[in-house]
Design a protein around this ligand. Structure first.
Ligand SMILES: NC(=O)c1ccc[n+]([C@@H]2O[C@H](COP(=O)([O-])OP(=O)(O)OC[C@H]3O[C@@H](n4cnc5c(N)ncnc54)[C@H](OP(=O)(O)O)[C@@H]3O)[C@@H](O)[C@H]2O)c1
Length: 368
């Protein structure tokens, strides 16, 4: 009898069967004694076999993980967000696409459930993230120990699930492009997004001053209480409002997650010689910088992608980043609200919810 059928009979829905002791297997009237074999690990995952409308292409699948090999870890997932990039990947519109079928989801928090031999620096029960790995919408996965990063104990689970992408993106947007000093101003659109909130909170902690553009007036007080200095609703009057609220300060950095009309209104608020960094395109429109802003005002256009940074970053650079971010998350100084959590077996509802505009926070899968 094969390994698969034994497990199917004994533990059809047990994600983490323990190692078994001596097992008796009857085969063609011959008795074999199998000593200390490892049962296959079953997991539930949200997979996609084709790209298209995100809510239509996802399916819940029961799958078997391969055996844990040396240098690998088994991670039991706790929570994973649905980010815009996850939806883009399901649509087939992301910069990198996995070979299909694939488990969806690009980040999340989990616990090391088991270590293979030769995995230093990790212990079972430790919470970890895996920033460069696609396939977080699952109960469990196996990966090389070098692919996971431990997070300090005591981190709030939902916030830790969103640690790998948005806070590091905000951090780099504030540090890489324009040298800003305490008291300097920056401006951003989609300011109530996960990244936008991180920008406000990290900037406030560093003494930088933010102009935050939103699409809904009800967000103004909320973002101000988060530390936003000036929060304005997008519109044709934007530049005048910003000039008045900042006393005509030179804003040398603009952060763009939308493109489209909101970007068109934001660019004139950026000072001559300033830089606009694009990291998202929520309006699904091209980035447009007019000849006038380019030639007469010398506005520079840059782009940022956190995945490219992770690929090139050295281990000390990654450690340095998380050494700065984790204490802020733990202390609640970086916080992104969560609007709803769904179990893995409701991916369609979860995705439709995450695709809505005007949300009050993120949508997460909860596996625990
Ligand atoms: N380049 C990178 O490395 C990187 C890293 C992280 C994120 N991102 C990108 O950054 C963007 C924000 O991600 P997130 O996770 O922070 O998002 P999020 O928390 O899910 O929030 C989405 C934001 O987009 C706004 N929005 C939705 N549809 C829009 C439209 N048609 N026009 C203008 N704004 C719209 C929403 O405004 P309302 O609340 O008013 O609907 C909200 O502010 C996404 O494009 C994402 O892909 C890029």
């Amino acid at each position: 009898m094969g390994r698969r059928s034994i497990s199917a009979v004994r533990t059809p829905r047990t994600p983490f069967p323990p190692e078994t002791g001596p097992t008796l297997v009857l085969h063609w009237s011959v008795l074999f004694v199998r000593v200390k074999r490892i049962m296959p690990i079953q997991t539930t995952a949200v997979k996609f076999s084709r790209t298209g409308l995100p809510e239509d292409v996802v399916e819940v699948s029961r799958m078997e993980l391969s055996d844990l090999r040396p240098n690998q870890v088994l991670v039991r997932m706790q929570a994973a967000p649905i980010n815009p990039a996850d939806l883009n990947m399901l649509e087939g519109r992301y910069a990198v696409q996995p070979e299909l079928p694939a488990v969806a989801g690009m980040e999340g928090i989990g616990v090391v459930a088991k270590k293979g031999v030769g995995v230093p620096g990790l212990r079972e029960g430790q919470q970890v993230i895996a920033p460069l790995r696609t396939g977080s919408w699952c109960e469990a996965y196996i990966t090389e120990g070098t692919n996971v990063i431990p997070v300090p104990p005591g981190m709030p689970v939902h916030q830790a699930a969103m640690l790998a992408i948005n806070p590091p993106t905000a951090w780099h947007l504030l540090h890489r492009f324009v040298r800003l000093h305490p008291g300097d101003w920056l401006i951003q659109n989609a300011a109530n997004s996960g990244v936008g909130r991180c920008v406000i909170q990290i900037a406030a902690a560093k003494g930088l001053r933010t102009v935050s553009i939103v699409r809904r007036v009800e967000l103004v007080d909320e973002l101000r209480s988060l530390g936003g200095d000036v929060v304005v609703v997008d519109g044709p009057q934007l530049c005048d409002e910003v000039r008045e609220a900042t006393g005509g300060a030179a804003i040398r950095l603009g952060l763009n997650a939308t493109c489209g009309p909101i970007l068109k209104n934001m660019i004139p608020c950026v000072a001559d010689g300033g830089t606009v960094v694009t990291y998202g395109a929520m309006a699904r429109e091209p980035f447009i910088l007019s000849n006038a802003h380019l030639i007469f005002r010398d506005i520079a256009a840059r782009g940022f992608w956190i995945a490219a940074w992770y690929r090139k970053a050295t281990e000390p650079e990654v450690q340095e980043l998380f050494a700065a971010l984790c204490p802020m998350l733990k202390a609640g100084k970086i916080h992104c609200p969560v609007e709803a959590c769904y179990p893995l077996f409701q991916p369609r509802d979860a995705i439709l919810h995450a695709s809505r505009e005007g949300r009050s926070g993120k949508i997460l899968f909860e596996m625990g």
